[in-house]
Design a binder for this molecule. Structure first.
Ligand code: NDP
Length: 264
């Protein structure tokens, strides 16, 4: 299938590793020019350089903490300056949490609210005018299966991702008349380097190896019995970015190996 993405411009938050990097590389493979942002600007720049070398597109690494409004403003102006415009926004930056509602302070709630929801709100506000100027665009919000099916140890993550999912629906309604398609993706288990690091820590000095530990998590949760690779998750993002997905609007797609236990 020809995805008709060549020479589009995409901004990917959290694009320096994991799912975001796989999406950036997947888009670049289709000829999309990419701007990847992360707090660690050096890593973002290094990955952007690798993308440019591997796929022959323009690729920029930009340092930004998207939980901070001032950084989002700088990111928007950098994108304007370097890319001239934008067609695709992937709101991907995010991370898990661990707390109880009774013990977590307001500051922690605020940080995750800013990271998972307000970053997407602020970036959409900043970049949608550039999409409108080009006659349309695509916004994908990377939430999580936890937006619908909570994990007990991370209520703040569950709640803030649920808000991102609803935001996607509301934004989709608001922007479809401008030919901007907004959708949300709820991944299940995706084997990013961070999962490997956590598993290594948790199994240090134990009989069970880290790979076995991860295999067990997958078997216990996802009917498919394994993690997704970041690349197989990215393929779905890339398709949704394509005009070939032109009738996909305002939906939340579960890409979870069957983990969701209800019909959504
Ligand atoms: P990783 O931890 O592998 O990567 C996170 C990326 O986001 C990095 O590039 C990181 O770079 C960046 N990032 C983190 N915080 C910020 C911030 N405040 N501002 C800008 N960039 C930031 O994450 P994953 O690839 O695992 O996850 C990506 C998204 O997918 C997340 O939103 C996550 O909730 C979601 N998800 C992941 C699943 C999984 O199993 N992996 C399952 C379901 C959802 P830096 O540290 O330099 O800022």
């Amino acid at each position: 299938m020809e995805l008709e993405l060549a020479d589009k411009v995409a901004v990917i938050t959290g694009g320096s590793i994991g799912i975001g990097l796989a999406v950036a590389r997947g888009l670049a493979r289709e000829g999309v020019h990419v701007a990847v942002c992360a707090r660690n600007g050096e890593r973002a720049v290094a990955e952007a350089e690798r993308i440019a070398a591997d796929f022959g597109v323009q690729a920029y690494g930009i340092a930004a903490d998207v939980s901070r409004p001032q950084d989002v403003e700088c990111l928007v102006s950098e994108v304007k300056k370097r890319c001239g415009g934008v067609d695709i926004l992937i709101n991907n930056a995010g991370t898990g949490s661990k707390e109880t509602i009774m013990d977590a302070p307001d500051e922690k709630w605020q940080y995750y609210w800013d990271l998972h929801l307000m970053a997407a709100v602020r970036l959409s506000r900043g970049l949608v005018p550039l999409m409108k100027a080009r006659g349309g665009g695509v916004i994908l919000n990377n939430a999580s299966i936890c937006a619908k099916q909570p994990l007990g140890y991370e209520p703040i993550y569950n709640v803030s991702k649920a808000a991102l999912m609803m935001f996607s629906k509301c934004l989709a309604d608001e922007l479809i008349s401008d030919n901007i398609r907004v959708n949300c993706i709820n991944p299940g288990l995706v084997l990013t380097p961070d999962w490997g690091n956590t598993a290594r820590k948790l199994t240090a000095g134990k009989e069970i190896g880290w790979e076995q530990y991860l295999e067990q998590i997958a078997k216990d949760n996802a009917p498919i019995g394994r993690f997704a690779s970041p690349e197989e998750m990215a393929d779905f993002f890339v398709f949704l970015c394509s005009p070939r997905a032109s009738y996909c609007v305002g939906a939340t797609y579960y890409v979870d190996g069957g983990w969701l236990k209800v019909v959504a």
